[in-house]
Write a protein that binds this ligand. Structure first.
Ligand code: NAD
Ligand code: IPM
Ligand code: MN
Length: 358
């Protein structure tokens, strides 16, 4: 069967890491006899430079008719002027919204081979296997915003809104996933202060009592969760939370496996193509140096095979290959410790391809 995959390399290290993930997908196609076609489209800063729009209409059209979408990263200092008319990040937020990708799955899984890579003690991170469900098309990211006044009275605001419908669908998806794992769900909010969090807590409890009485359920405040994550990460299974809290907690959680360069994500809606991307950004500090870790994007490609194309053995093959290269001691600079030699982004991609080819 033919699968058409849209690539959105974007900015900074985006093109470098997407090229490696594409190579890995080609290796999968050739080993398992699939027909993947690829087309690249513009998003982010490069799209602003070339078209004035961080999400040109032709990119949206291509995404809508794709089997799945693989994105690198957007943004960078070149487009950081706070008074600019638009920003690269606006393109990413719009594609998520336009495609209805309300659920962002962010697995925090430890590779045994990387037990020494975390800045935390091995006995603390051991056994960590968390699946975050970050709500992706609501909350403060999409709230009403504006500014007014002058001088010391200049004021800006952005409101946080959640509806019952938005809360229900993400909690349901997370609870369904919990049933397929250890049957435990934690909802994270700030219900002691924020009104939308109080609605979140009420609606989540209703959904869990009425539809998932068999799933062990608890709630944790987001500030405490930030602490529990680095104190007892192995105690959590599935975690569901809002857009902003999920963004922050998962970057924090990247220190459990040891690098932001290891964490993939899948953004899914009720139907239509999913969008797959690493959770990290365009890493302007290392862009163009050829030293970025491509494994988060390669693991995002594995999630794409599993969730959008139902190619489970193929997804497993990528994850096994990644574990294999780590077991061989191969490390990009972000993971290299002590005097172990770091390899390039391209060499890491090639090593994964070689494992898949067998
Ligand atoms: P970042 O995630 O780009 O980088 C944070 C740190 O992690 C940097 O030191 C970087 O070198 C390192 N890092 C990230 N990915 C890595 C990889 N694959 N290999 C090795 N090291 C890696 O965050 P930032 O610097 O705060 O943001 C830079 C730009 O990226 C901003 O414009 C931001 O808006 C954007 N951003 C985009 C996305 C996205 O496209 N999904 C996500 C986050 C940030
Ligand atoms: C992410 C990023 C984005 C977000 C930005 C770039 C819009 O940080 O994908 O985690 O905040 O969602
Ligand atoms: Mn983020």
């Amino acid at each position: 069967m033919k699968h058409s995959i849209v690539l959105l390399p974007g900015d900074g290290i985006g093109p470098e890491i997407v090229a490696q993930a594409r190579g890995v997908l080609e290796a999968v196609a050739s080993r398992f006899g699939h027909d993947f076609s690829f087309s690249s489209h513009r998003i982010g800063g490069i799209a602003i430079d070339e078209t004035g729009d961080p999400l040109p209409a032709e990119t949206v059209d291509a995404c809508r008719s794709a089997s799945a979408i693989l994105l690198g990263a957007v943004g960078g200092p070149r487009w950081d002027d706070p008074s600019a008319k638009t920003r690269p990040e606006a393109g990413l937020l719009r594609i998520r919204k336009e495609l209805g990708l309300f659920a962002n799955l962010r697995p925090i899984k430890l590779f045994d081979e990387l037990a020494d890579a975390s800045p935390l003690r091995a006995d603390i991170v051991q056994g960590t296997d968390i699946l975050f469900f970050r709500e992706l098309t609501g909350g403060v990211y999409f709230g009403e915003s504006g500014s007014s006044g002058e001088g010391e009275d200049e004021t800006a605001f952005q409101s946080m809104t959640y509806s019952r419908r938005e809360i229900k669908r993400i909690v349901r998806m997370a609870a369904t996933a919990a049933r397929e794992r250890s049957n435990r769900l934690t909802s994270v909010d700030k219900a002691n202060v924020l009104e939308p969090s109080r609605l979140w807590r009420r609606v989540a409890a209703e959904v869990m009592t009425e539809e998932f009485p068999d799933v062990q359920y608890d709630v944790v405040l987001v500030d405490a969760m930030a602490m529990h994550l680095i104190n007892r990460p192995a105690d959590f299974d599935v975690v569901v939370t809002g857009n902003l809290f999920g963004d922050i907690l998962t970057d924090e959680a990247s220190m459990l496996p040891g690098s932001l360069g290891m964490l993939p994500s899948a953004s899914l809606g009720e139907s239509g193509p999913g969008l797959y991307e690493p959770i990290h950004g365009s890493a302007p500090d290392i862009a163009g140096k050829g030293i970025a870790n491509p494994l988060a994007t390669i693991l995002a490609a594995a999630m794409m095979l599993r969730h959008s194309l139902s190619l489970h053995a193929e997804a497993d093959a990528i994850e096994t290959a990644v574990a294999g290269v780590l077991a061989d001691g191969l490390r990009t600079a972000d993971l290299a410790r002590g005097d172990s030699e770091a390899i390039s982004c391209e060499a890491m991609g090639a090593a994964v391809v070689k494992k898949i080819a067998g």
